[in-house]
Design a protein around this ligand. Structure first.
Ligand code: AHR
Length: 503
């Protein structure tokens, strides 16, 4: 029998709530239709934001939202998205389907959305086609509490108080869509741009995010860190708060893209293997960061992660709209357990993307909205936000898979404690084998179960649709037995379980 050993006397650090962050780009139907329908829409809304979507996001305690991109960020000019909506400049969204962007959702609308969600703000600036001046003026427009031409403009546009910018990204994927730069060139640009992110609110400094690598590009991490740390004193090292990492789960690589809903055991394991691979990336990029930053002052921001499949048949290929099954739920469970376990370095992460794009937690169709299996994982895992990671490890766990080079552990887990309640999240990666798991604690005293929830379909390909919105949903689970201080849990194949324990 597999065993999960928890040493609740050993706390390993705080799990930053921002690890449970989300990403919303001007891409397909993410912002428009998915979140923002405008004040005059028949779809119930508050100041243009869909009520159903905002409420569903509040249920999973979304801690942070990244905007406006993505690749879109390096073509976004913030002045186009302020002022009278009828007079806002229209542009072509060249990255995503060549559609007309009318800029009706801009800075004020994003801030209003975050206000309704009660979440932190992560704005991604434009390095690729912008300027230092444009970026620094955006910061001034948003955050200066006082009199200046830009803060006065903000006030004239209806917002007297400064906005709070919690995180600011200096460009996005500048190795690719953000300008095709070399790491050394970008590193120098980062040094220059970040200088002009002025901290107008000294009590709430803006955390600066430097553009990091794409998946295995260790060369980028090494060169950017070297360039940013060259010719600086330890005092100046603080000019980078986080370094990003982007990694998508692509079972067969970029081409061919595989179906989001039709798969066999082979593709199931290839997908879960690709998801699990993120741990190696965190360790190896982290080791390079350690060379320059041994005290781990610079956080890792995995601000784009999730599955990237073929778009839903019949939809615009530039809109990246895909369905979401129990396979996505497992990818989310695996990734979040890994982020929790590496909370000493991973300080922020954003699933890509929040609504109607890639591995979304929510899908919409006109006035209808559904929560995907990934939403349900976020719901179960929300208790880890801000909790203390506990020392935990598995023994007696085999591997599962159909090919020797793509084997995955049968079970993965993470454990945390908050307010005296221990949260255990376990995934069974096996396509068809249930597993018994014995859970042991350092303190062998009696345990009380506070809650046990499971997410499982009748089939690993199960998904929610607009006709059947609750086919896959969390349910109370009784497949455990408490034996004094020991718990024996049956973890069905292809499932995610959350167990909350007291005592
Ligand atoms: O999330 C979709 C795209 O993937 C983002 O715009 C870009 O940053 C990444 O390549």
């Amino acid at each position: 029998m597999a065993r999960l050993i928890i040493n609740e006397t050993k706390k390993l650090g705080t799990i930053a709530p921002e690890i449970y962050g989300h990403f919303s780009e001007h891409l397909g139907r993410c912002i428009y239709e998915g979140i923002y329908v405008g004040e005059d829409s028949d779809i119930p809304n508050v100041n243009g934001m869909r009520k159903d979507v905002v409420n569903a996001l509040k249920e999973i305690d979304i801690p942070l939202l990244r905007w406006p991109g993505g690749c879109f960020a390096d073509e976004y000019h913030w002045r186009d998205g302020i002022g009278n909506k009828n007079e806002r400049k229209k542009m072509i969204n060249t990255n995503w389907g060549g559609v007309v962007e009318d800029n009706s959702f801009g800075t004020h609308e994003f801030m209003e959305l975050c206000r309704q969600l009660g979440c932190k703000t992560y704005i991604n600036g434009n390095v690729g086609s912008g300027s230092v001046r444009e970026m620094s003026e955006w910061i001034e427009y948003m955050t200066l509490d006082g009199t200046s031409p830009l803060s006065d403009l903000r006030k004239a546009n209806g917002h007297e108080e400064p906005f709070r910018v919690d995180y600011f990204g200096v460009g996005n994927e500048n190795w690719g869509c953000g300008g095709n730069m070399t790491p050394e060139y970008y590193g120098n640009e980062y040094r220059r741009y970040q200088t002009f992110i002025r901290q107008y609110d000294q009590d709430n400094p803006i955390m600066r995010i430097c553009c990091g690598a794409n998946s295995e590009d260790y060369y980028w991490t090494e060169d950017v860190m070297r360039t940013c740390y060259a010719h600086t004193t330890p005092e100046q090292h603080g000019f980078m708060d986080l370094l990003s990492l982007h990694y998508y789960t692509l079972p067969e690589g970029w081409l061919p893209k595989v179906s989001a809903t039709e798969f066999d055991a082979d593709l199931w394991y290839k997908t879960l293997w690709a998801a699990h691979h993120i741990e190696e990336l965190i360790v190896r990029h982290g080791a390079i960061m350690d060379k320059y930053d041994p005290e781990k002052k610079v956080g890792m921001s995995v601000d784009e992660w999730g599955t990237w499949f073929e778009v839903e048949p019949g939809t615009n290929p530039g809109f990246l709209y895909q369905q979401n099954t129990m396979r996505d739920a497992l990818v989310a469970g695996i990734s979040l357990n890994i982020f929790n376990k590496h909370c000493d370095r991973v300080k922020l992460a954003c699933i890509a993307q929040m609504v109607n794009v890639l591995q979304s937690v929510i899908l919409t169709e006109g006035e209808k909205m559904i929560k995907t299996p990934t939403w349900h994982v976020m719901y179960m895992f929300r208790h880890h936000q801000g909790a203390e990671l506990l020392d935990s490890s598995l023994t007696g766990v085999g591997t599962a898979g159909v090919k020797d080079d793509r084997m995955v552990p049968e079970l993965t887990e993470s454990v945390s404690v908050k307010d005296g309640v221990i949260t255990i999240t376990v995934n069974n990666l096996s396509f068809e084998e249930d597993r018994e798991l014995e859970i042991q604690f350092a303190d062998t005293g009696a345990r009380e179960i506070v809650e046990c929830l499971i997410l499982k379909g009748d089939d690993a390909r199960d998904k929610n649709t607009f006709d059947e919105p609750d086919k896959v949903a969390v349910k109370e689970y009784k497949g455990y037995r408490v034996d004094g201080g020991r718990i024996v849990l049956t973890v069905p194949c292809a499932s995610v379980i959350e167990l909350r324990v007291k005592g």
